[in-house]
Design a protein around this ligand. Structure first.
Ligand code: BGC
Length: 763
């Protein structure tokens, strides 16, 4: 009887509790997030904060099975009883990366390969980058993903970094402003972005462990500044911490970086996820404010144990769960969005084409070799990448697009005659490379193969039948490894011979030679650029790159790109050349960023090191005149305007760059720094426009390590507006009578090893 009573009681109690649970189980989206968290078990909380890892494929839930895309980078845990749906995360910076074949639909899921980030940066056009973001985000939405793992904005510190093509610039302002535009564009579709890799992921060698020793000032002014601008101006839904360590800490385990700086100082409202497999200590990651661990699942047991053993505070877990749930609620999958699976790829190809038109940088154009004169009908096309354009780099930044459009095909489609024997030679060369490559390397085998060596006789044969020669030099790279000076930066003997021999033969016949560079990061140009008549930089400008290049060759489009980084005279001139990738060189443990704030043009300008092509450089088929600089100084900002006039014969767009040369009373400064930029609309010959720039005090401030603050030093500031960092056209000055402490910052991220930095001052 007693037993019966107890059993009855327990049964009644259980059914009551089940009943009350059903009646009052909170649901995400209907109830308060805090109430949902209160209803979660420890296991549910931990599983939510740790991605599904291999379980996404081996043991998915019903909802995951329904949402998952083949080729996605990861998916999050779902809890149906609480209305928590999974979120699908997909790469990457040059367009959506998923597999072409999806198990649930018969048609192909091609994505648009937009110009790579470096190429987009060369447009210096925020509105254009935002348009690209809109189109990219539409593919994310319409193919059923939730988050694009992009943009990537690490500073291009050294030309050999394998991921440079995924990044924007050597300058944080340009990277920050343009990536903010990209985030706005993508997120305007109601899908998320993941600003990555936070931070200072400038080295791929030993990327999962390398410890970068960087001064607080260089971090603040160079390596974090672009992220700061993007976060403040565009609020990405997520930020991805990086693989590397900074001053001893994995970035995903660094409270200074993720909590003090990212959230407290910058006001980041979103969720932080690790890079795939980044960091070591899951508990430290949770405590640092790295909410989600991707691709996950390995850390589940560790975190549950840590909470049970009081090594991880429940309140930390709840806070991270809160941010993750707030993130889940924004997802298309949570909203029940039904994707069409048929984004308008034709419209996006047009966006990619228009964008690529503005990415190309004309480096040299002697005697108006470009655009092609009307009499140019027959083109001799040299170089393997003329027949096999490199649309983008390798790794997670690559995109599975439909057809490879190459320069030969586009020239032919535009009515130019190519020389058959020469085309056949290259076609055979390329076919053989692809046939001999292992299956997984077939797509990129041509890019990494050495150039075809042509004999002088083979070259001479082309001269009489062609009006002009076009030579393409190509390079590819990707994540997980850095390139070497010999196999990337320097031209091979075959490439140098090709440029020299073709130039000699064509010039002897009074014909011109054009070189097009299909590259993702600077290579050597100083040792061969005197040979051809013109050099045009096409970057890796996506699937429409070849179309855009031909528009420029024939003069349909006037080039308006400018360099987002410096092309040095030689690799040894790069300020990080001696320390890249790190120490010891063959298997680096530490990387000492001893060039400090002197990265890119900040170094070349300050230390007067000559360069091949300076930051911000790029020619046009027309000329622009700058005049009427006007400065208006208020207490907490300054407005500058300048008139730009097209004084040439064809319509064109001009990028105006505003640099500041600051006083050096208290701390040293680079000779000048980019503080604003603007691109004109298409100006007709004779047409002019006035560009206006506004700078706040914070934009003028430097990071004073001694007081951990952003400070505007007193003294006279020079404003320099120009067509490049060396081609300054208008100047004005203004005075700051008293030093202004603009913002106090946390004293975090100090170097864990001695660092002797480059300085203009004698120590
Ligand atoms: C890359 C990230 C990428 C992730 C997911 C990592 O190896 O570093 O950029 O988003 O993989 O594919």
């Amino acid at each position: 009887m007693k037993l019966f009573n107890i059993t009855l009681c327990v049964t009644l109690l259980m059914s009551a509790s089940i009943f009350s649970q059903n009646a009052s189980t909170p649901k995400l989206g209907t109830d308060k997030i805090d109430d949902v968290i209160s209803a979660m078990t420890l296991k549910e909380k931990v599983y939510l904060l740790v991605g599904m890892g291999d379980d996404a494929w081996n043991n998915p839930s019903e909802a995951q099975k329904a949402a998952m895309l083949s080729g996605a980078a990861g998916i999050t845990y779902d809890i149906p009883r609480l209305g928590i749906t999974p979120a699908v995360l997909t790469d990457g910076p040059a367009g959506l990366r998923i597999n072409v074949t999806q198990p649930f639909a018969p048609h192909k899921f091609y994505c648009t390969a937009f110009p790579t980030a470096t190429a987009l940066a060369a447009s210096w056009n925020s509105a254009l980058v935002e348009d690209v973001g809109k189109a990219m985000g539409d593919e994310v939405l319409e193919y059923g993903s939730d988050v694009l793992l992009a943009p990537a904005i690490n500073i291009q510190r050294n030309p050999l970094c394998g991921r440079n093509f995924e990044y924007y610039s050597e300058d944080p302002l340009l990277a920050g402003k343009l990536s903010a535009a990209m985030i706005r564009g993508v997120q305007s579709n109601g899908v998320g972005t993941s600003l990555k890799h936070f931070a200072a992921n400038n080295i791929e060698t030993n990327r999962m462990s390398i410890n970068e020793v960087i001064s607080q000032r260089a971090l603040r002014e160079i390596y974090l500044r672009g992220f700061e601008i993007a976060v403040k101006e565009a609020q990405p839904w997520t930020v991805m911490s990086s693989y590397n360590r900074i001053n001893g800490y994995y970035t995903s385990e660094s409270p200074g970086l993720l909590t003090n700086i990212l959230r407290d100082e910058w006001g980041f409202k979103g969720m932080v996820m690790t890079d795939w497999g980044g960091g070591k200590d899951a508990v430290a990651q949770m405590n640092a404010g790295n909410d989600m661990l991707m691709p996950g699942n390995a850390q589940r047991a560790v975190l549950i144990d840590a909470v049970n053993n009081k090594l991880l505070n429940d309140s930390v877990l709840n806070q991270n769960v809160y941010r993750t749930l707030a993130f889940i609620m924004k997802m298309p999958n949570f909203r029940g969005y039904a994707p069409s699976y048929t984004p308008d790829l034709a419209a996006h190809a047009q966006v990619a084409h228009n964008a690529a038109n503005e990415t190309m940088v004309l480096l040299k154009n002697d005697n108006n070799a470009l655009p092609f004169a009307p009499k140019v009908k027959n083109v001799a096309l040299f170089g393997k990448t003329s027949y096999h354009y490199i649309a983008g780099g390798t790794g997670s930044g690559a995109v599975n697009y439909d057809t490879l459009i190459s320069i030969n095909g586009v020239l032919a489609a535009n009515g130019y005659k190519l020389l058959q024997p020469l085309s056949d030679i290259y076609a055979n060369f390329i076919d053989t490379i692809i046939a001999n490559a292992p299956r997984r390397d077939k797509k990129t085998a041509v890019d990494f193969h050495s150039e075809l060596a042509l004999s002088q006789a083979q070259i001479n044969e082309q001269v009489k039948n062609s009006d002009i020669a076009l030579i393409t030099i190509g390079r590819n790279a990707g994540e997980g490894w850095d390139r070497k000076e010999n196999d990337y930066f320097l031209l091979s003997d075959a490439e140098k011979d090709l440029i020299k021999n073709v130039s000699d033969a064509y010039h002897a016949a009074g014909k011109k030679v054009i070189v097009a560079l299909n590259i993702g990061s600077p290579i050597s140009v100083a040792d061969w650029r005197d040979k051809p008549d013109a050099v045009i930089l096409t970057w890796q400008s996506g699937q429409q790159g070849a179309n855009a290049l031909v528009d420029i060759l024939k003069g349909k489009v006037n080039p308006s790109g400018k360099l987002p980084m410096t092309f040095p005279m030689k690799y040894e001139d790069v300020p990080s050349a001696a320390t890249f990738p790190g120490e010891p060189a063959d298997n680096p443990v530490n990387a000492f960023y001893n060039e400090g704030i002197y990265v890119g043009y900040r170094y070349y300008n300050t230390f007067k090191v000559p360069v091949a092509y300076e930051f911000g450089y790029g020619l046009s088929y027309t000329q622009f005149q700058y005049s009427d600089i006007a400065v208006n100084k208020a207490d907490d900002n300054i407005t500058v305007s300048v008139k730009v006039k097209n004084t040439g014969k064809v319509a064109g767009k001009e990028v105006a760059e505003l640099y500041i040369s600051a006083p050096t009373n208290e701390i040293e400064k680079p000779a000048q720094e980019l503080k604003a930029f603007a691109k004109t609309n298409l100006l007709k010959p004779g047409e002019s426009t006035t560009l206006t720039f506004t700078l706040a005090n914070r934009d003028l401030a430097s990071f004073w390590t001694s007081v951990s603050s952003w400070v505007v030093d007193k003294g006279t500031y020079e404003i320099r507006i120009g067509s490049s960092s060396n081609d300054i056209r208008q100047k004005a000055t203004f005075d700051v009578p008293k030093t202004i402490v603009v913002e106090k910052a946390h004293n975090v991220l100090y170097p864990n090893l001695p660092l002797t930095e480059l300085s203009t001052r004698k120590k």
